[in-house]
Design a protein around this ligand. Structure first.
Ligand SMILES: Cc1ncccc1N[C@@H](C)c1ccc2c(c1)OCCCO2
Length: 116
């Protein structure tokens, strides 16, 4: 059977670790563009250009509704937030810069989580 994954604090509940990490993302000072879904009615072009919108509040709902079977699904949705950001925003725009900062922060914390 699949070896149980022991996470940083010794918990075997990787989704609890994801929930904690989501809290760190939401409270980061550069999280502001990603806290809520992009309004597809007021942001021109977003609905056409971004095929799979994602944001931190949607990820929180999915954790609460147990829609992730593992940390991988959580990681994929967080990366989708940042990939959408790169697709739509210039790297040197305020939102684009925030996306790069948030992705770097997430990658570091995710690595620490997996490697205890
Ligand atoms: C992540 C992302 N990518 C592309 C466009 C928007 C967004 N985020 C949304 C939440 C947003 C951020 C800043 C905004 C905004 C909306 O419009 C209202 C005016 C203040 O500027």
């Amino acid at each position: 059977s699949k070896k149980a994954k022991i996470w940083r604090n010794g918990s075997t509940n990787e989704l609890e670790e994801c929930h904690q990490l989501l809290g760190e993302l939401e409270t980061h000072q550069d999280a502001w563009p990603f806290l809520q879904p992009v309004n597809l009615k007021t942001v021109p072009g977003y609905k056409k250009i971004v095929k799979k919108p994602m944001d931190f509040s949607t990820i929180r709902e999915k954790i609460i509704n147990k829609q992730y079977s593992s940390g991988e699904g959580f990681k994929d949705d967080v990366n989708l937030v940042f990939d959408n950001c790169e697709r739509f925003n210039e790297d040197n725009s305020e939102i684009g810069k925030a996306g790069h900062i948030m992705r770097t922060f997430f990658d570091k914390r995710w690595t620490e989580l997996l490697k205890r």
